[in-house]
Design a protein around this ligand. Sequence first.
Ligand code: ATP
Length: 229
Amino acid sequence: MKLPAMHVMGANTIDTIEVNEEVMTDSSTLVIHQPKSNQRIGILGGTFNPPHLGHLMMAQQVGTQLELDEVWFMPTAKPPHAPGKTTIAASHRLKMVELAIADNPLFKLQSYEVNRGGKNYSVDTLRHFKENYPETDFYFIMGADSVKDLPTWYKPDELLQLVQIVGVNRPGFMVEQDKYPILWVDSPLVDLSSTEIRLRVYLDQSIRYQVPAVVEAYIQQQGLYAYPR
Ligand code: ATP
């Protein structure tokens, strides 16, 4: 489906974008966040299924230690590295990120990949941002598990030409490769994953203090991840 005037490509130029049908339930998710020029912007891509305190802590540490102007939370449309991984509707993931970051002025929701839909490679997304905002420095933030996988990503060398990769340690993942110039930022080790949170909800266990209270309430209201009764 084509929608008008949602994506400003450059100075006063209006483009139309293909919108993934599954996000159409909530029109607010169609706004794509635009950077100002000459900024330093961090991007944390992920499935955010659901977003948890590990995501928020790492984004906060990177954002403040590197003195970034903004940190974008960018949900993927479909995770290209995890075939068969079950995901809920993108509209839920967008909404949960929106709720999770609402109280932090440093954080913004970037719905570019979800709005494009389909399979998005990070290198293509970052090339798009860089072409449209050549004066902006982008910092692509990832946990140690993702850094470890970097050699298997699509065109990692080109990605490194476009952005500075920022790594954050994650319990259980030792990164030994020094093939790429990763900037490591020290952040509290948080042994939390979305997988574990989904499992706890499914088993009817508490997820309090693992996700923001607003995200916990949303999961409950919408009956996400619950054991079917
Ligand atoms: P899942 O368990 O579904 O695979 P996840 O918890 O890994 O999800 P993602 O949304 O896939 O969360 O992660 C987005 C990014 O955040 C990735 O780069 C991942 O490495 C990083 N990340 C997620 N949780 C942590 C954590 N606890 N510590 C450090 N990095 C993390």
